[in-house]
Design a protein around this ligand. Structure first.
Ligand SMILES: [Zn+2]
Length: 307
């Protein structure tokens, strides 16, 4: 049987929020089967649980924000991406402020945290959302067009294409295909950092955003080049970060997908609309488990051990 997974033990990290600049501590704790991933605002007078779901996403400007009532957590996508990549189904994330720490701007620190705590197999079948019919969201026209799509696939594959018309971005690979069965999330995707442009950063700061951002936790570019002394971590780090974000955004569905995701210039907003479109079409998906590991997509049974 393909089993659900949680952590063996709890683990902690301290950092700052990318947008708020606020100091924040997160504690990742094991959770019972079928709990899903639940953020808990432990700094509020009464702690509030915010379970992840596509419908809990209330803001997608700059980052993905989830809410329950008045309680919010911003910038959940990189931690969610690490959980998707390592196949963590059940987890409590205790958090002391309203934004997940940015750490190094990628998912690598979260992967390290989860791996250090260790992955525990649980005695319950892992439930996948299997896409049966294609669903698509498309916005804009001509040079402004962007789209995201889910199609049936026995496994989990993501392909992403970007177009920025910026010399430092356009000189790198603009297109990446990543397949969970054959690729390594922690090696190939997790280290890709978020990126921004100095001219936008000034505007964002004036609006109280990106207050915690800098060369330690983002690729920063002026009008011509990358300003980080160490350069890029991957030749195609920009588009790989978009895959990292998409994996985090899509994992807000609450269950792993069996699907092929493809996107052109998508982002947090379009990714969430795509999940809502899927949920609005019950005939386009079902929930499956694998009693026999051999019937699962190649590589899925080995996931936790292989890392
Ligand atoms: Zn990101």
């Amino acid at each position: 049987m393909l089993k659900q997974r949680t952590l063996k033990t709890l683990t902690r990290a301290v950092g700052v929020g990318l947008h708020s600049g606020q100091r924040v501590e997160i504690t990742l704790r094991p959770a019972q089967p079928d709990t899903g991933i639940v953020f808990r605002r432990v700094d509020l007078p009464q702690p509030v649980d915010i379970p992840v779901s596509a419908l809990a996403v209330t803001d997608t400007r700059m980052a993905s924000t989830i809410s329950h009532g008045q309680a919010k957590v911003h910038t959940v996508e990189h931690l969610m991406s690490a959980c998707a990549g390592l196949g963590v189904d059940n987890l409590y994330v205790d958090i002391t402020a309203e934004e997940v720490p940015i750490l190094d701007g990628s998912a690598a620190s979260f992967v390290f945290l989860l791996q250090s705590a260790g992955i525990e197999m649980q005695n319950a079948p892992r439930r996948f959302i299997r896409v049966l019919k294609p669903v698509e969201i498309r916005q804009g026209e001509g040079t402004n067009v962007k789209w995201a799509r889910l199609a049936p696939y026995h496994g989990y594959q993501l392909s992403f294409e970007i177009e920025f018309s910026h010399p430092a971005v356009d000189s790198t690979g603009q297109r990446v295909l990543f397949d969970m069965s054959t690729g390594s999330y922690s090696k190939d995707i997790a280290r890709a950092r978020t990126f921004g442009f100095t001219k936008d950063v000034e505007m964002m700061r004036a609006n109280g955003l990106a207050l915690g951002g800098g060369l330690d936790n983002a690729i920063v570019m002026d009008d011509y080049k990358v300003l980080n002394a160490g350069g890029l971590r991957y030749d195609d780090e920009f588009v790989k970060h978009k895959i990292l974000d998409a994996m985090g955004d899509l994992y807000l569905l609450g269950k792993p997908l069996l699907a092929a995701y493809s996107a052109f210039r998508s982002g947090h907003a379009l990714n969430n609309l795509l999940l809502r479109e899927l949920l609005d079409h019950p005939e386009a998906w079902d929930v499956v488990t694998f009693d026999d590991d051999k019937k699962a997509p190649q590589g899925f049974a080995q996931l936790a051990r292989a890392w």
